[in-house]
Design a protein. Structure first.
Ligand SMILES: [Fe+2]
Length: 171
């Protein structure tokens, strides 16, 4: 994994293992009317994640969309989707950008000082969203749509899972 940025305890970069075909299918789902529901972080969640689970070889699949800036700095919490009851663990996630020029994930310490940035380029990243304060530096141009595999385990466990099981899979 040399050359890819790893920044404990916040994130680890990995290759973006989503096939072009899956990317097209996910973006088509994302463009359906009323596909997303807003939440208080200015990050919209896909309304019916049960439609996405066939794309999750591990973890729980979710799509997120951002179309505005000034999102709140936050830590994620495990939750049930209120529309279809899908349990959405959020301690760590594998975050696969589906759109070009994806906005950075910005990381903060417990005093909310910026300490790191995930700059995606063409890569994906494992993010410690349940343990570390973060936000998105939305650039205000195209909507930023990401596909995520969500886990109840922390960064190290998801990193180990990726190395043992997921690195060779194309979703
Ligand atoms: Fe978050």
């Amino acid at each position: 994994m040399s050359g890819l940025q790893n920044f404990d305890p916040y994130f680890r970069m990995i290759p973006n293992g989503i096939s072009e075909n899956t990317k097209k299918e996910l973006l088509a789902l994302a463009k359906e009317p009323d596909a997303f529901v807003d939440n208080s972080y200015k990050i919209s969640f896909f309304r019916h994640p049960d439609k996405l689970q066939k794309y999750a070889p591990y973890g729980v699949a979710q799509l997120l969309k951002i179309t505005e800036g000034d999102g709140t700095i936050h830590k994620d919490r495990n939750r049930y989707n209120e529309y279809d009851g899908t349990y959405m663990p959020r301690k760590s996630v594998i975050n696969y950008p589906l759109t070009d020029n994806p906005a950075d994930t910005v990381w903060y310490d417990d005093d909310k000082n910026e300490v790191a940035r995930t700059v995606y380029g063409n890569h994906a990243a494992i993010l410690h969203v349940g343990e570390c304060y973060h936000g998105v530096d939305y650039n205000g141009k195209e909507p930023r749509i990401v596909f995520q595999l969500c886990f109840a385990e922390g960064l190290n466990d998801t990193w180990n899972l990726w190395n043992e099981e997921l690195y060779s899979l194309s979703i």
